[in-house]
Design a protein around this ligand. Structure first.
Ligand code: SF4
Ligand code: SF4
Length: 403
C-alpha cells in the first residue's frame, strides 16, 4: 500500500466527492482499515429501544473477506445475518476485536416452508439460535431478528412462538434484543408491512425494524419512519437502491451521466445521501459487492447534504425506473384476482438485475407457490402501479429469465 493511498483522508474524499473517490481507481484505494480519519467519519445512530449506537451502513455476512476489515475500520459495527458465520469463517477483524465493540444479528426464518408457507415454531427457533451459537463460538447474539416477519396482525396476537423463543434465549443470556424484518403479505390476505410494524411499535418487546424503502416509495413507509422515531423503534431500510445496479450496467443510462448537471454525483451516492438525509431513519442495508461500492456508499453517508447534482441524479434515476423497476410497494397485489405475489416475483428480478445474483433469484423464484405463469392477463393490476410497469409483459420476461 503506497503512502499516497494511505493518506487519502476524509477531506480528500469530500473534495473529490463520492464519484471522484470511486473514480480514483483500485490502485489508489484509501487504506480505510488504517485511515483513522475516514474510520471515524461513518455516522452512528441510535438503534431504537435497544440503545445501541450503530454505524449508519449495516454490514452483512456475505461481504467479501477483502471488504470486511475495511468496513470495520470505517465504522461498520452492526452485522446482518451473522448466524452464517462459524468459528472458522468468522472474519478475523471481528474475532480479534473486543466482543462488545460490534453487534451480531441472528436472522431466524420460519420452518417447514418459505416465508409464506412456513410456520412459527418456538422450540425450533430456540434450537436454531443455540446451534448457530455453538457453531460460531461468539457467545451471544446482540439481536434476534424475525426474518420476513408476520403475515398479519392477527398472527401476532395468536402466535407468540417467535417472541417466546426470544424470551427463553434472552433469559439464558444468549440474545439481547428483538428485531423484525417485515414484508407485505396482502397477496395472502395479510397486512402491509407498515400496518404490522405500527402494531408492533405499541406492543413490546420488538425494538427494531427493517423494511423496503427507496426513493419514490409509498408515503405510508415515510410516515411509518416518523412514527417509529417518536416511539423509539429503530428503522432500517432494505432494497433501498431501486434501479441503481441495473442502471450501472446500462450503457445508455451511463452515457447520460457525463452531463454537467450530474457532476460529482452518482446514482448510488445520490440514493445514499437521500436516505441519510432523513434524520428519523436509523440506517440502511445496502448490497455491497466490493470495496469500491462500499467506499462510494460510505463517502455519501458521511457527506453533509444533498447537492443540486444529487437531486438531478435522483430525478434521472426515477425517470429511468419508470416502466422498468418495481419498487416493491405491493399496490398491484390487492388488485390481482389470482393473488399472485407480483412484488415478490419482481423482487427476484431485482436480485438478478440490481444485484446481479441470478442463481439466488432463480432459487427463490422456484419456491413460489404461484409463479408468473399463473397470470391470466386480465390487466386488473395495471392501473395500480405507480411505476407504470406493464406487469403482464414483465411477468413473462421474469419467468423466461428465472423459470
Ligand atoms: S394481469 Fe396477471 S398479475 Fe395482473 S391482476 Fe391479472 S392475473 Fe394478476
Ligand atoms: S409492479 Fe408496480 S404496483 Fe406492483 S409492487 Fe411493483 S411498483 Fe408496486
Amino acid at each position: 500500500m503506497s503512502h499516497d493511498a494511505q493518506d487519502l483522508s476524509r477531506r480528500d474524499m469530500m473534495r473529490l466527492g463520492a464519484t471522484g473517490v470511486a473514480a480514483a481507481g483500485v490502485a489508489s484505494l484509501p487504506a480505510m482499515a488504517e485511515d483513522e480519519k475516514a474510520a471515524s467519519t461513518l455516522p452512528k445512530r441510535r438503534y431504537g429501544r435497544t440503545g445501541l449506537e450503530i454505524g449508519w451502513l449495516i454490514g452483512a455476512s456475505d461481504w467479501t473477506n477483502e471488504l470486511i476489515p475495511r468496513a470495520v475500520a470505517a465504522g461498520v459495527n452492526y452485522w446482518h445475518k451473522a448466524q452464517r458465520w462459524t468459528a472458522e469463517t468468522m472474519p478475523r477483524a471481528l474475532k480479534n476485536a473486543p466482543r462488545e465493540s460490534y453487534y451480531l444479528e441472528c436472522v431466524v426464518d420460519r420452518v417447514n416452508g418459505n416465508h409464506e408457507r412456513g410456520q412459527i415454531d418456538e422450540e425450533k427457533h430456540y434450537q436454531f439460535v443455540k446451534s448457530c451459537l455453538k457453531a460460531s463460538g461468539v457467545g451471544y447474539y446482540d439481536v434476534f431478528k424475525f426474518h420476513f416477519g408476520y403475515h398479519s396482525i392477527d398472527e401476532i396476537k395468536t402466535n407468540p412462538g417467535m417472541v417466546k423463543a426470544f424470551e427463553r434465549l434472552k433469559k439464558e443470556g444468549l440474545v439481547k434484543h428483538l428485531a423484525i424484518s417485515q414484508h407485505h403479505y396482502n397477496n395472502i390476505g395479510g397486512n402491509m408491512a407498515w400496518e404490522i410494524l405500527e402494531y408492533l411499535a405499541d406492543h413490546r418487546p420488538y425494538e427494531a425494524t427493517q423494511f423496503f424503502y427507496t426513493y419514490n416509495d409509498r408515503k405510508e413507509i415515510g410516515e411509518w419512519i416518523d412514527i417509529a422515531k417518536k416511539k423509539d423503534v429503530a428503522t432500517i431500510a432494505m432494497k433501498s437502491m431501486g434501479g441503481v445496479g441495473r442502471a450501472a450496467n446500462d450503457r445508455k443510462f451511463q452515457a447520460l451521466l457525463s452531463d454537467e448537471k450530474y457532476k460529482g454525483s452518482s446514482p448510488a451516492a445520490a440514493m445514499v445521501k437521500w436516505l441519510k438525509s432523513n434524520p428519523n431513519l436509523t440506517g440502511a442495508v445496502i448490497a455491497t459487492k466490493n470495496f469500491d461500492q462500499f467506499r462510494e456508499n460510505a463517502a455519501a453517508a458521511t457527506s453533509l447534504a444533498m447537492t443540486d447534482q444529487d437531486h438531478a441524479m435522483l430525478a434521472l434515476l426515477a425517470d429511468y425506473n419508470k416502466g422498468l423497476t418495481c419498487l416493491l410497494c405491493a399496490d398491484c397485489v390487492n388488485h390481482c384476482p389470482e393473488h399472485i405475489a407480483i412484488s415478490d416475483i419482481f423482487r427476484y428480478d431485482r436480485y438478478a438485475h440490481d444485484y446481479h445474483e441470478l442463481n439466488r433469484a432463480r432459487s427463490e423464484y422456484s419456491t413460489l407457490a404461484k409463479n408468473a405463469t399463473t397470470c391470466v392477463s386480465c390487466g386488473d393490476c395495471l392501473p395500480a402501479c405507480p411505476q407504470e410497469i406493464d406487469i403482464i409483459a414483465k411477468l413473462k420476461d421474469v419467468h423466461d429469465l428465472l423459470g
